[in-house]
Design a protein around this ligand. Structure first.
Ligand SMILES: *Cc1c(COP(=O)(O)O)cnc(C)c1O
Length: 439
């Protein structure tokens, strides 16, 4: 495989943009690879500038659950673009979108559209603080909620990938009200809430953590968080930017039957355009301006292109059948991956739910940030490069999920598994940190 054009574009890009990219994990630094430059994509396939075609498991980091260039989404966009791209004046589409979200997501009675997951989480925190009149928030190590200042504490993939513990540019005074606790550890939450519970505005959690690889909540964990929040008068915020519309039509709250007070949405809700949303109980949402005093705004929020792309994707998803199909494909792939790892004698722990998965290069189990961080990232880097050579594009970081879409067919999965058998053999032979063992 030849990457001449991508490599040259990367050199140009590096002169003009920090690291040549507009978001850090894309850069491929963590896996010793210069980023590909993509020319086009269709279904589960992406084509780079050199003309190489790959089976894609990134799906724009989650939004493209139907695959790239889904015909209905593309047609809807074509239809709307001729009528203007943004007015900053209400449209019918915004009502349709809001209605769809309220119908699909059980804990949302009222919703506000924003332009990214970052904005959704940042705004939900502001609303929780405004509503409760309290300052502190609790988050969990390895959970990512976008890059708003108060949330960028022990926050998963991007920082982990580059080994950055926190980030300069955020004064201590801003994060002094943020408490970060281990994921899946209710006792830690009980203790913290026991001492400062009356000051805690909200607990924010990824109901399935998908930014330190994929880490499932322990049985009873989400229920426990719900109970503790209710006891202390704190709000429970589910950041469903990844899990929303992905692990079930109504997200993790529907799948696990636990209702948060506020929900953050992003990724799938935009159908591949930049969109986020936050919503929840009417009584809380009524505190948002102009109805209430908590200010939050957006020049391009709810613009017709974004609404239309997202809405057409949600319409397809609510027709049914899709979730079962993708989960079946993901299960099939994970079983294949496991066999491939076993046969190569490479320790791997595969965590999986619905169409999300992650193969950690560690014996496991992986239940929180600490256990995820035991993964051998050098092995992952080799795996990534060997898969790429064989036409499979995985996330360029151990600490990211792979996303199976409705466009992945059995034939694609079979090719992926075959590639994994070969790639993991190479990993097993190189065993960079001498971690290899007989399984
Ligand atoms: C991606 C993500 C965000 C941030 O969304 P952006 O659109 O990248 O700002 C927030 N929370 C979670 C759980 C995410 O996965």
């Amino acid at each position: 495989m030849n990457w001449n054009i991508s490599n040259n574009l990367y050199k140009e890009a590096c002169k003009l943009m920090p690291g040549g990219v507009n978001s850090p994990v894309r850069s491929g630094r963590a896996v010793g690879f210069e980023p590909l430059f993509i020319k086009k994509a269709n279904g589960c396939h992406i084509t780079d500038e050199d003309g190489n075609v790959y089976i894609d498991y990134v799906g724009s980091w989650g939004p493209l659950i139907l695959g790239h260039s889904h015909p209905e989404v593309v047609a809807a966009l074509r239809d709307v673009v001729d009528r203007g791209t943004s007015y900053g004046i209400p449209t019918r589409l915004e009502i349709e979108m809001a209605r769809k979200v309220v119908e699909m997501v059980p804990a949302i009675d009222m919703v506000r559209m924003v332009n990214s997951g970052t904005e959704a989480a940042m705004s939900a925190i502001r609303l929780a603080r405004g509503y409760t009149g309290r300052k502190k928030i609790i988050k969990f190590n390895g959970c990512y909620h976008g890059h708003a200042d108060s949330l960028l504490v022990k926050s998963g993939s991007g920082l982990m990938t580059f080994g950055i513990p926190g980030t300069p540019g955020i004064p201590e005074e801003i994060v002094e009200h943020t408490i970060s606790l281990p994921y899946n550890d209710l006792e830690a939450v009980r203790q913290a809430m026991g001492s400062v519970g009356e000051e805690v505005a909200a607990i924010i959690v990824e109901p399935v953590a998908a930014n330190m690889g994929v880490v499932l909540p322990r049985v009873g964990y989400l229920e426990g968080l719900r109970r503790i929040c209710t006891e202390h008068g704190s709000l429970l915020i589910f950041d469903e930017v990844i899990t929303g519309f992905r692990i079930a039509p109504g997200g993790a709250q529907q799948l696990f039957g636990v209702m948060p007070d506020l929900t953050c949405l992003g990724k799938i809700i935009g159908g591949g355009l930049p969109v986020g949303a936050y919503g929840g109980k009417k009584e809380i949402m009524e505190h948002v301006a102009p109805l209430g005093p908590v200010y939050q705004a957006g020049t391009l929020s709810g613009n017709p292109l974004a609404m239309c792309a997202g809405l057409s994707m949600l319409n397809v998803l609510s027709r049914g059948g899709i979730y079962e199909q993708i989960e079946e494909m993901n299960t099939y792939m994970c079983v294949g991956l496991e066999e491939a790892a076993n046969s190569a004698g490479v320790p791997m722990t595969i965590n999986r739910i619905a169409s999300l998965g992650c193969g950690f290069f560690t014996k496991g189990p992986v239940i929180d940030l600490e256990s995820a961080a035991k993964s051998d990232t050098e092995s992952y880097a080799i795996f990534f490069r060997e898969m790429l050579k064989r036409g499979v594009y995985l996330a360029p970081s151990q600490f990211e999920a792979f996303f199976v879409s409705a466009a992945h067919e059995k034939e694609d999965i079979d090719r992926t598994i075959q590639a994994a058998f070969d790639a993991l053999k190479v990993v097993g032979q190189s065993c960079p940190s001498g971690e290899r063992e007989k399984v």
